[in-house]
Design a protein around this ligand. Structure first.
Ligand code: HEC
Ligand code: HEC
Ligand code: HEC
Ligand code: HEC
Ligand code: HEC
Ligand code: HEC
Ligand code: HEC
Ligand code: HEC
Ligand code: HEC
Ligand code: HEC
Length: 344
């Protein structure tokens, strides 16, 4: 009993340390209220250039009509109308650098920053000069996508999506209620709308979401990004979490949020995915095992004695049907306010 307490205390300690770290890391996002990005962090002119070297997006339009057209639809283009961005480098030249020499040279390729020969990390770095300050993106360099050379422009279209097909590809499992409409691909400048965007690289998830019991992602009722942060996170699997394993889940399943007077330890410590396959499962309630008791006995067994989990009491004879369906009695399996064995 004493050692169980110690482990709990140790876990609480670890939890506290991480909470504090998280608080520190998220207290200083640079936000100006209008754009989420503080224009004061954006250079007035890029290093080694003069204000005179900038010609403005309209000038580029003369020769690059397509890029200009799609760009005009984006939030990037709208910055020009915001007072707080006045006098700041924006438009085409905020990414491509000053264009005067390029234009004077009749479109001299060597006189403009081109991304066609840049790596995905280099392109991402150029986006992060402005976007790193925002909480959601300052973790990008910690995520799996960054580590595996998936960059901003693998998911976003640098000029906006107007030059890309607005008709999304078909999805086999689309339900009648599907809220995918032509044109949603242009949202947030995404190249393709979710979930197709993600599935195009994570093909195996499509079969997981086609299991008999699944979250309705392919049907369009929720998105991958409801649970994952495509921009990376401290957390495993880029799950969209604040602290602990479950912030993404309890956003929708609020009754599982707690805090409970009597907590079922694996939920607070290991998280929902200990017992559920959250993409989809062939078992009801998306459980990892097809019988509830299999799941429970993996931890609560006198044979495979778990350090933390007590074995089921002796009177729980497993040859007796009465004791096979654990959650008939242990109803509040996610935690209870009133009963230590989760009866109510
Ligand atoms: C947010 C940063 C950003 C802005 C703003 C931007 N570009 Fe680009 N541009 C890129 C990137 C990144 C590429 C590389 C191609 C890609 O990844 O889509 C690119 C590619 C290009 C190309 C090469 C051909 C092509 O389409 O791939 C041209 C030409 C171009 N941009 C012109 C412009 C013009 C003109 C504007 C303003 C109307 C503009 N860009 C605004 C980032 C930007
Ligand atoms: C007078 C016409 C003209 C104007 C104005 C002009 N460009 Fe260009 N631009 C060109 C030509 C021509 C090319 C070379 C195309 C080629 O060789 O494939 C080019 C190439 C580029 C490329 C490189 C594309 C690549 O293949 O990597 C970028 C980026 C670019 N322009 C951006 C801009 C931006 C930003 C502006 C405005 C500041 C601008 N251009 C204004 C004519 C122009
Ligand atoms: C000059 C600074 C700057 C640069 C460089 C920049 N952005 Fe942005 N971007 C902004 C601002 C400001 C906004 C609007 C505020 C926001 O949504 O966070 C924005 C918005 C966006 C949005 C949201 C669009 C929407 O419809 O909600 C996306 C996506 C985006 N940028 C992607 C990129 C990518 C990809 C790059 C690099 C190719 C890039 N940005 C480079 C300043 C910049
Ligand atoms: C793996 C795909 C992926 C990559 C890589 C990616 N994004 Fe996104 N981004 C998304 C998706 C999906 C959304 C819309 C859902 C969301 O907000 O999470 C989004 C939304 C955004 C938004 C709008 C956020 C808001 O609050 O409205 C901005 C800004 C943005 N991305 C910028 C970037 C920048 C900058 C990079 C590179 C540093 C980047 N993204 C890399 C997929 C991606
Ligand atoms: C209901 C929440 C939820 C949704 C929606 C969701 N995921 Fe996940 N995903 C998770 C959780 C939780 C894990 C971690 C599972 C674990 O640790 O066993 C995970 C794991 C993953 C992994 C890691 C590989 C693996 O199987 O462990 C990938 C890749 C992934 N998800 C991609 C996606 C894609 C792509 C989509 C959309 C098509 C998506 N997810 C939608 C919750 C979700
Ligand atoms: C251009 C390809 C590409 C796109 C698009 C893409 N991913 Fe990824 N993603 C990867 C690669 C590569 C990795 C790292 C290798 C791996 O674990 O599969 C990764 C890793 C992940 C992981 C972590 C997996 C783990 O095992 O920890 C998650 C979660 C994830 N992606 C979710 C998403 C979501 C959600 C989207 C859509 C918004 C998305 N991805 C779009 C290529 C992509
Ligand atoms: C965007 C909201 C949302 C998020 C986030 C979410 N869920 Fe769900 N979940 C639902 C909805 C809606 C259902 C209803 C079932 C359906 O779609 O058929 C559901 C169903 C379930 C079920 C099956 C319930 C039953 O009665 O069969 C389980 C288990 C579950 N979710 C666990 C999770 C876990 C674990 C996470 C976090 C990884 C999570 N959910 C994240 C919305 C969400
Ligand atoms: C210790 C294993 C375990 C963990 C961890 C766990 N669950 Fe469950 N969950 C179950 C079992 C068992 C059931 C089926 C209960 C039954 O048979 O009625 C269930 C059922 C559900 C249901 C559907 C029935 C209901 O009560 O609404 C949802 C939704 C759900 N879980 C969400 C979650 C979420 C969200 C988390 C994380 C906060 C989580 N679960 C963590 C074991 C677990
Ligand atoms: C991942 C391992 C794991 C799984 C799976 C699991 N439990 Fe637990 N359970 C624990 C741990 C650890 C404790 C905490 C013991 C403590 O608080 O000292 C616990 C506590 C309990 C308690 C309260 C014991 C007490 O201290 O009075 C009951 C009752 C219980 N679990 C029943 C179940 C049932 C029924 C299932 C199946 C639906 C289940 N558990 C699944 C690990 C697990
Ligand atoms: C018919 C009702 C019933 C069923 C079904 C049932 N239990 Fe129990 N369980 C009890 C009772 C009664 C207790 C004692 C509660 C107490 O001490 O307050 C208990 C206690 C427990 C404890 C706590 C032991 C401890 O030392 O604190 C665990 C663990 C447990 N059960 C697991 C299970 C598992 C696993 C299953 C399914 C295989 C299951 N129970 C099925 C009634 C049931």
């Amino acid at each position: 009993m004493a050692s169980r307490k110690n482990i709990k205390l140790a876990l609480l300690g670890i939890f506290t340390v991480f909470s504090v770290l998280w608080l520190i890391s998220s207290t200083f996002p640079k936000v100006d209220g209008t754009t989420g990005i503080d224009p004061r962090d954006v250079p007035h002119v890029l290093p080694n250039t003069n204000a005179d070297d900038y010609v403005g997006s309209e000038t580029c339009a003369a020769c690059h009509e397509d890029q200009f057209k799609s760009f005009s639809e984006t939030k990037h283009a709208k910055l020009a109308k915001l007072g707080s961005w006045e006098g700041k480098v924006q438009g085409c030249e905020s990414c491509h650098g000053p264009g005067k020499n390029h234009v004077d040279g009749g479109g001299d390729k060597s006189q403009i920053i081109s991304f066609t020969n840049k790596t995905s990390k280099q392109i991402s770095e150029s986006c992060l000069t402005c976007h790193a300050g925002k909480e959601d993106h300052n973790k990008f360099r910690r995520g799996d996508h960054w580590r595996n050379n998936v960059g901003c422009t693998d998911c976003h279209s640098a000029h906006g999506a107007a030059s890309h097909p607005t008709q999304i590809g078909s999805i086999t499992n689309a339900g009648i209620d599907s809220d995918f409409k032509p044109g949603t691909g242009t949202e947030k400048m995404l190249k393709v709308s979710e979930p197709q965007l993600c599935i195009s690289c994570h093909a195996q998830t499509k079969s997981q979401f086609s299991q008999p019991f699944h979250h309705k992602v392919l049907e369009g009722q929720m998105k991958c990004s409801d649970c994952h942060n495509a921009h990376g996170d401290f957390e495993l699997k880029n799950a969209r979490l604040a602290v602990g394993g479950d912030a993404a889940c309890i956003k929708c399943h609020t009754d599982k949020k707690g805090p409970f007077v009597y907590e079922h330890l694996p939920i607070t410590v290991e998280g929902c995915a200990t017992c559920h396959n959250t993409h989809g499962s062939s078992n009801p309630k998306m459980l990892k095992r097809n019988q509830v008791r299999q799941l429970c006995l993996e931890c609560h067994s006198s044979i495979f004695e778990d350090d933390l989990a007590p074995g089921a009491p002796g009177f729980h004879r497993q040859d007796n049907v009465r004791y096979q369906n654990c959650t008939i009695c242990h109803v509040k399996i996610h935690g209870s306010q009133t009963h230590p064995a989760f009866f109510r």
